[in-house]
Design a protein around this ligand. Structure first.
Ligand code: ATP
Ligand code: MG
Length: 388
C-alpha cells in the first residue's frame, strides 16, 4: 500500500475536527496524529509527532495562520501546510500561498475534493523530493542568476489527432531525463487540452487562472501555476473547461513564454490544430517548430498549407522540422512523395503502435518512462537526443 500521510489538524473552533475529520477517516492513507486548538499546541505537537502535513483553519480567530506557517516552516521546511478558508479572492489566496502554505481547501468542500487535494499534494512532493535532481531544486533566486539559454519547441499541425500531444509529453519527459535540465510544457490547446490528463496530473491552477494575475506575473508567481510531474517536468495546463479560455490572448501567451524562458531550459508547447492568434504567438516565439503529419493525403495537404503560411510569415526554414507519426508502410503514398511534395526531409518517422499509445493515455503515464526497447520509444528517443 502507498505510504500513509501523517496529519495534524489545527483549529480553535473545532470546525475541522467536526466537519473535515470524518472525511479524512474515509481514506486509509490519511492518518490523523492529533488535533490542536492553539498555536503553541500546534508547534509543540509538530515537534513531538513530526507529521507530514498540517491542516489549519484560517478562520480561527486567535491563530494567525500566516505567522504560524512561517514558524512551522522554520522548524521543518519540508512540512506540507494546507490552509482551509472561505475567501476565494486571488489577492487573498496569493497572500496565503506566499507565506509558504502549499495548498488550500475552499469551504464548503466535499470529502472527494479534500482527499484528492491532500493525497496529490503529498505524492507530488514525495515524488518531487525523490526524483527531481539537485539542479532542479535550486531556489528561484539561483535559477534567475543563471544565464539560461532556453529552447522553445512547438508541436503543430493543422489536422487533429496526429500525435502532437503524445509527442509533447514524451519529448518533455525524455528531455528532462536526458539532460537533467528544467523542462516545462505549455498546453495551448485551450478547448480540449489533455496534457495534464496524459501525465496523471490533477491541476488546481491552469493557464485560465493566470489571466487574473497577468499584471503581477513574474517568475515566482508563474511557478505557483505549474503542476509538477514526477519526472520533474512542469506543466502549465489548459483550462479545465473551454469557456475559461476566452480571456487568454496573445499578450498573455507572450508574457508566459518570456517568463518561463528565463527559468526553464526547454519549453514544449502543445497547440490546437489551427492558426489562431495564440498559436501564431507561440510559433513566432519558437526556436523549433515540429510539424506533425501522418502519411495520408489530407494530412500531407494540410502540412503543405502550413508550410506555405509559415513561408509567408517569414519563418526560417531551419526552424521547421517535419515528423511523420503512426507510420506503418507506404499505402498509395510514400515517404518520398511526402518529402517531395513538402520540400522537406523527415526529421523522424514514428511507427504506429496503438497499444503503447493508448495504454499510456489510459494510465496517464508517458510511455518513454518505461519502454526503452520498443520502436516507437526508440524513435522518440532519437528526437530527444537531437533536441537535447
Ligand atoms: N505512434 C502512434 N501509434 C498509435 N497511436 C498513436 C500514436 N501516436 C498517437 N497515437 C494516438 O492517437 C490519438 C491522438 O493522439 P494525440 O492526442 O497525441 O494527437 P493530437 O495531435 O494532440 O490531437 P488533437 O489535435 O486532437 O489535440 C491518441 O489516442 C494517441 O494515443
Ligand atoms: Mg492534442
Amino acid at each position: 500500500m502507498a505510504e500513509t500521510i501523517d496529519i495534524l489538524i489545527v483549529d480553535e473552533l473545532s470546525y475541522l475536527q467536526e466537519i473535515l475529520k470524518p472525511m479524512l477517516l474515509q481514506e486509509p492513507r490519511l492518518k490523523i496524529l492529533g488535533e490542536c486548538q492553539s498555536e503553541s499546541e500546534a508547534l509543540r505537537m509538530t515537534e513531538e509527532y513530526q507529521p507530514h502535513m498540517l491542516i489549519i483553519n484560517y478562520d480561527s480567530p486567535n491563530i494567525d495562520t500566516i505567522e504560524l506557517t512561517k514558524k512551522l516552516l522554520s522548524m521543518d521546511p519540508s512540512l506540507l501546510i494546507v490552509s482551509v478558508f472561505s475567501q476565494s479572492s486571488k489577492t487573498f489566496i496569493k497572500e496565503v500561498m506566499e507565506s509558504g502554505v502549499k495548498d488550500y481547501i475552499l469551504k464548503p468542500f466535499t470529502a472527494q475534493q479534500v482527499i484528492s487535494t491532500l493525497i496529490n499534494l503529498h505524492d507530488i512532493h514525495d515524488g518531487f523530493e525523490k526524483l527531481v535532481k539537485d539542479e532542479e531544486n535550486k531556489p528561484l533566486d539561483e535559477k534567475k542568476k543563471e544565464e539560461i539559454e532556453c529552447k522553445v519547441i512547438t508541436l503543430f499541425g493543422l489536422k487533429g489527432g496526429i500525435g502532437k500531444s503524445t509527442l509533447a509529453v514524451n519529448l518533455a519527459v525524455g528531455l528532462s531525463r536526458r539532460t537533467n535540465k528544467r523542462v516545462a510544457i505549455i498546453d495551448l490547446d485551450l478547448q480540449s487540452g489533455d496534457i495534464a490528463l496524459m501525465m496523471n496530473l490533477f491541476p488546481k491552477r491552469t493557464i485560465a487562472d493566470l489571466t487574473k494575475d497577468m499584471h503581477l506575473l513574474d517568475e515566482e508567481i508563474m511557478e505557483e501555476y505549474l503542476s509538477i510531474h514526477s519526472s520533474g517536468v512542469r506543466v502549465l495546463p489548459a483550462p479545465l473547461s473551454p469557456e475559461y479560455s476566452e480571456y487568454i490572448n496573445p499578450l498573455l501567451v507572450e508574457k508566459i513564454i518570456k517568463i518561463l524562458s528565463k527559468i526553464y531550459h526547454y519549453i514544449i508547447i502543445d497547440t490546437s490544430p489551427s492558426f489562431i492568434d495564440i498559436n501564431l504567438t507561440a510559433l513566432d516565439m519558437s526556436n523549433k517548430i515540429i510539424l506533425m503529419t501522418t502519411l495520408d493525403l489530407l494530412s500531407v495537404k494540410s502540412i503543405k498549407a502550413s508550410l506555405q503560411i509559415m513561408k509567408k510569415l517569414n519563418y526560417s526554414n531551419d526552424k521547421l522540422y517535419l515528423v511523420l507519426n503512426r507510420y506503418q508502410r507506404d499505402l498509395g503514398l510514400s515517404i518520398r512523395n511526402l518529402e517531395k511534395s513538402t520540400g522537406k526531409k523527415l526529421l523522424a518517422k514514428l511507427p504506429e503502435d496503438y497499444e503503447t499509445a493508448i495504454y499510456a493515455v489510459n494510465k496517464g503515464e508517458p510511455f518513454i518512462i518505461k519502454n526503452p526497447k520498443i520502436p516507437l520509444v526508440k524513435s522518440i528517443q532519437g528526437l530527444v537526443d537531437y533536441f537535447g
